[in-house]
Ligand binder design. Structure first.
Ligand SMILES: Nc1ncnc2c1ncn2[C@@H]1O[C@H](COP(=O)(O)OP(=O)(O)OP(=O)(O)O)[C@@H](O)[C@H]1O
Length: 252
């Protein structure tokens, strides 16, 4: 079994937010997308997952977030073994404990900003505390736009709504899949700085899949993937350090 990788937390918590032990995933057709991956994401850490196309980043995220189950091995979200859960309970756990941010924002066009942000809670039959909603919209810089529809916002503003929506249920982990992939450079930086501040100031755990070394530099740790394995862990990553690793992998 591969040695587990421990991503360093900025604010060490009492337990791992996410824990993978000897996780492998083989898709129908025989592609081994994850090959014996063991890692811990401590509570309060900001972890970037980088690697060449096809190295297994999305598969790792899907398994770690309970969107999919591994073929073998164990995935725990806050200590709860995901593989042992039925589909319904796994969906509930995901809804309650995981937030998602996607490249395409995935907001509902017919709903206001406020209703988009609170949707995950309402789906779970809960209402947000008014203080928390206020704090979130102020943190993402949109307190004046609560009644707007997504189409009335810029791409960066829509992504900030999506980040507020990901946080509304106070999840154990926010998974961000190429969150700046559709944004220009300057807007991307504001979104990454926002994610960074949520980790630093709120202790939010964030796992971000990215192909962009400059984005990975906002994280505490970059996990470098190749051929379904985590082949390296870069602490306090810089863009050149991550870019060099990726170039070396593509050449090697
Ligand atoms: N649903 C699927 N069925 C079969 N093979 C799959 C499936 N999803 C992914 N794969 C394969 O698994 C491997 C890992 O894919 P994955 O999408 O996890 O990589 P990635 O690093 O996220 O790639 P990219 O950066 O291009 O998004 C690839 O060989 C891919 O073709």
């Amino acid at each position: 079994m591969a040695e587990p990788v421990f991503a360093e937390p900025l604010h060490p918590g009492p337990a791992s937010a996410i824990s993978l032990e000897a996780v492998s995933k083989t898709y129908a057709g025989g592609v081994r997308a994850l090959d014996d991956v063991s890692l811990e994401v401590p509570s309060g850490a900001f972890v970037a997952v980088v690697g060449p196309s096809g190295s297994g980043k999305s598969t790792l995220m899907h398994c770690a977030a309970g969107l999919d189950v591994p073929t073998t091995g164990s995935v725990r979200i806050e200590g709860v073994e995901v593989s042992g859960l039925g589909e319904t309970r796994r969906t509930e756990l995901r809804r309650e404990r995981i937030g998602f941010v996607f490249q395409a924002y995935n907001l509902i066009p017919s709903l206001s900003v406020a209703d988009n942000i609170t949707l995950p809670l309402r789906l779970a039959g809960k209402t947000p505390g008014p203080g928390w909603l206020r704090e979130l919209v102020s943190r993402v810089g949109l307190p004046e736009r609560l009644d707007a529809r997504p189409a009335e916002l810029s791409g960066g503003q829509q992504q900030r709504v999506a980040i507020a929506r990901a946080l509304i249920a106070r999840p154990a982990v926010v998974f961000a899949d190429e969150p700046t992939g559709a944004l220009d450079l300057r807007t991307a930086r504001t979104v990454l700085a926002l994610l960074r501040s949520l980790v630093t100031e709120l202790g939010q755990t964030v796992v971000m899949v990215t192909h962009d070394p400059a984005a990975a530099a906002y994280a505490d740790t970059a996990l470098v993937m190749a051929d379904g394995r985590v082949v390296e862990q870069v602490g306090s990553p810089t863009a050149p350090a991550v870019a060099n690793r990726l170039v070396a992998l593509e050449e090697g």
